[in-house]
Design a protein around this ligand. Structure first.
Ligand SMILES: Nc1nc2c(ncn2[C@@H]2O[C@H](COP(=O)(O)OP(=O)(O)OP(=O)(O)O)[C@@H](O)[C@H]2O)c(=O)[nH]1
Ligand SMILES: C=C(OP(=O)(O)O)C(=O)O
Length: 225
């Protein structure tokens, strides 16, 4: 049962092989796999524990790795079609699948799977923002780590037919998502919080993390400390 103002979280997770490529110089493939898993479990566990999140859907090119990584967590795993590669296409696919189900007032909260400092308070703060589009930026204030958008339209209509908002993750995605919101006539707010701003893509991101978070991740992924 969807609570008013609630959201379905959609977490994109690439695969257990190619992720975290920017850390390849410092982590071997096994350690990168462990890192992807630890981070994904943290993000999904945080979403599941947050008031206002009705469910978590993980869209992935690698369902076997994803199911194994998220064992014991109450998530739905959606396989990204091979014909629709890339992060934005994966998210469009998830949105279309959700739109084709029974009409729901749940908004969509896209959350990247690599946010080691994300807390329940962060998630609830995003959901409490009054604007229909909420963008949580990365630490450079140029990307998007979480994105809240209105519910997918009912009866299987693609969301963009209704409001014209396309996912534009990638370099400069904060500006791109603001353009999408404006084109769709939707107010947008930009949120910058310690727990939402730091993803873990590079050694510099690692250095930015609070010591307690570094210690927790480092225990699971020896070699990272
Ligand atoms: N389903 C799906 N998820 C993706 C894809 N590309 C990236 N992601 C996910 O999107 C989020 C942000 O990913 P990035 O930081 O751009 O990529 P990454 O794989 O974590 O790291 P890099 O290899 O360093 O780019 C993470 O949760 C990724 O797992 C994709 O093609 N399909
Ligand atoms: C995909 C994005 O960022 P990153 O690749 O740094 O996770 C983004 O900010 O839109």
């Amino acid at each position: 049962m969807t609570r008013p103002g609630g959201a379905t979280a959609v977490v994109p997770l690439r695969d257990g092989v190619s992720g975290k490529s920017r850390l390849a110089a410092v982590l071997d493939p096994g350690a990168r796999r462990r890192l992807v898993r630890v981070l994904a479990r943290h993000v999904v566990g945080t979403l599941l524990a947050s008031d206002g999140v009705d469910g978590v859907v993980v869209v992935t090119a690698d369902p076997a790795f994803t199911r194994e990584s998220l064992a014991g967590l109450d998530v739905e795993v959606l396989e990204q079609p091979v014909a629709r590669p890339g992060l934005n296409a994966a998210l469009e696919h998830a949105r279309e699948v959700l739109a084709a189900r029974a009409p729901s007032s749940a908004r969509l909260l896209v959350a990247h799977a690599d946010l080691p400092a994300l807390t329940r308070a962060d998630v609830m703060a995003l959901l409490a923002e009054p604007a229909p589009v909420v963008i949580a930026t990365d630490r450079n204030r140029s990307g998007t780590n979480l994105l809240l958008v209105p519910p997918p339209s009912p009866a299987g209509l693609p969301f963009e037919t209704e409001v014209g908002f396309r996912f534009r993750f990638g370099v400069g995605s904060l500006a791109a998502h603001l353009v999408e919101a404006a084109a769709a006539g939707l107010d947008a707010s930009v949120v910058h919080r310690p727990g939402t701003a730091v993803d873990l893509d590079t050694a510099d991101d690692w250095a930015e993390l609070p010591a307690a978070v570094r210690a927790a991740v480092g225990r699971e992924v020896p070699g990272l400390m």
